[in-house]
Design a protein around this ligand. Structure first.
Ligand code: CUA
Length: 319
């Protein structure tokens, strides 16, 4: 009796723990509020899988607990065997057929949803915006159709189908905006594609979901969904040689390793660093890397390198 009671008590406690975790909104267990049609479909799939798996889990574990209690040894002597049961065609058919049907159903549902997650929707050329996404150690570089650049922030107009062409410049990274569709790896030498169509304006977090080196955790960014006019203004301010590009490059590329105030964290301090007054040497270091520093600017256009050096000099050139 006492054992039954303690078994029931543990069950109850476990149920309580799971209930609080499950009801904690977005405690990491449920997908975030989807803001793009492909993210909606990923959420649908998630709940279908959780529902069916949860049902099977409760059924199997419930039966297990019930059998353990119902057919326990009780007062029967230790050396006595319980009654032996051989063969039950109906039961055996049932526990074979039901899992097959469940798995086939889940597979069918997944394949039904998959094209809507992966394939870029058909849209007239003018309605589709294609942005090039580069994963670098340890930042995202975004290049827009007319060569505009931003770092660690992708700015797009609301409601537009945005196609992303993703590639890696050094190691493999993984672009992930949970609210705007699935994850996609950025792989050197390969172009992957994904897309989204943001339903409303807002700022959505981007994370790198592939361990890519010492600063992997700071490889974060945002997708900013804005109005068409704001988007046009953004593009005007982000031509390769513009000051905004210099500032974003310094903040997103240099400062992650050289310290938020240039004081040196993983890399040497920038403040008062002699190299800052030597644009030729600085460019060589940025383009080729040195020691543990990756070749962060290997593929940048000259304009971006120049504006970045200029911004570095303005901010850290003095004593
Ligand atoms: Cu890039 Cu992790």
């Amino acid at each position: 009796m006492r054992r039954t009671r303690s078994a029931l008590l543990s069950l109850l406690l476990a149920a309580l723990v799971f209930a609080t975790t499950a009801s904690a909104q977005n405690g990491g267990l449920t997908p975030p509020d989807a803001q793009s049609p492909n993210a909606d479909r990923i959420t649908d799939l998630y709940w279908a899988l959780v529902g069916v798996c949860g049902f099977v889990f409760v059924l199997v574990e419930g039966a297990l607990v019930w059998f353990v209690l119902r057919y326990r040894r009780s007062r029967r002597a230790r050396h006595l065997e319980g009654p032996q049961v051989y063969g039950s065609t109906r039961l055996e058919l049932l526990w074979t057929a039901v899992p097959v049907l469940l798995l086939a159903g889940l597979a069918a549902f997944t394949f039904y949803k998959l094209p809507g997650i992966k394939d870029v929707p058909e849209a007239r050329a003018g309605d589709r915006l294609t942005v090039h996404v580069e994963g670098h150690q340890f930042y995202w570089r975004l290049v827009y159709p007319d060569g505009e650049i931003s770092v660690d922030r992708l700015v797009v107009p609301v409601g537009q189908v945005v196609e992303l062409e993703l590639t890696g410049e050094d190691v493999i990274h993984s672009w992930w905006v949970p609210q705007l569709g699935g994850k996609m790896d950025t792989i050197p030498g390969k172009v992957n594609r994904t897309w989204f169509q943001a339903k409303r304006e807002g700022t959505y977090p981007v994370i790198c979901a592939e361990f890519c080196g010492i600063q992997h955790t700071v490889m974060r960014g945002t997708v900013e969904v804005v109005s068409q006019s704001e988007y046009t203004r953004f593009l005007d301010q982000h031509r390769p040689g513009s000051q905004a590009v210099g500032r974003e490059s310094v903040e997103g590329v240099c400062l992650k390793c050289h310290g938020l105030k240039g004081e040196g964290d993983i890399g040497p301090p920038l403040q008062g660093n002699g190299l800052i007054q030597d644009p030729v040497g600085l460019e060589a270091v940025m383009r080729n890397g040195v020691g543990r520093m990756p070749a962060v600017a290997a593929n940048w256009p000259d304009d971006q390198v120049e504006t970045t050096i200029k911004y570095l000099q303005e901010r850290f050139g003095g004593g």
